[in-house]
Design a binder for this molecule. Sequence first.
Ligand code: ADP
Ligand code: MG
Ligand code: ZN
Length: 208
Amino acid sequence: MQPHTPARTEPGRIEVIVGPMFSGKSEELIRRLKRARIARQRVACFKPDIDLRYHRTAIASHSSQTHEATTVANTERLKEALHPQLAEIEVVGIDEAQFFDDSLVAYALDLVHLGKRILIAGLDTTFTGEPFGPIPALMAVSDEVAKLSAVCMVCGAPAIHTQRLGSSQELVVVGAAGVYEARCRACFRPYLDENESEQLILPAVEIL
Ligand code: ADP
Ligand code: MG
Ligand code: ZN
């Protein structure tokens, strides 16, 4: 008699897309989700409800590309929203994942062991240049990391930092152009205050 071998699920894949604001994380996530749908895979996308800049029912890029998404308050709500459709869903997308709690890491691992492909986009660092929320841990357990750069709005070099304009030191000030800009290492000023901003007289590159 053959020994009993339980049915094995092939593991899925965790793909993490990081970089500063304007580096094209949402664009890249949307591109991968659309390709999965072309391959007739069933896709579900989520984002935290902190980011309501554009749509409640979609993720959006700064270049106005969108993909349908469900807004959830935290990882627990994400689980509840995904659970009823989990058997059918093959690809799970999450944008702005830096705003989720650390339990997202364990949940991503649960999903990957169920054979799902998980696409996670988020900021790797805060406006002070510190690792952001669950993103560093997600990068560590992922199969693949795409680290994107933006264009430095001061000098045009590749930018890895998100510069907050103005003096607020709160971690979460949701906004886009005018509140934040992409900066390279040389032009990044993590603790810019009102007085310093006057000293930083550098020509800004044109936004195309
Ligand atoms: P992210 O999700 O990383 O914030 P998006 O995918 O929303 O980025 O937006 C990327 C798009 O933003 C680019 O394709 C470009 O059109 C636009 N953009 C505006 N400012 C910049 C910048 N400083 N560097 C690169 N792209 C920029
Ligand atoms: Mg984005
Ligand atoms: Zn620069």
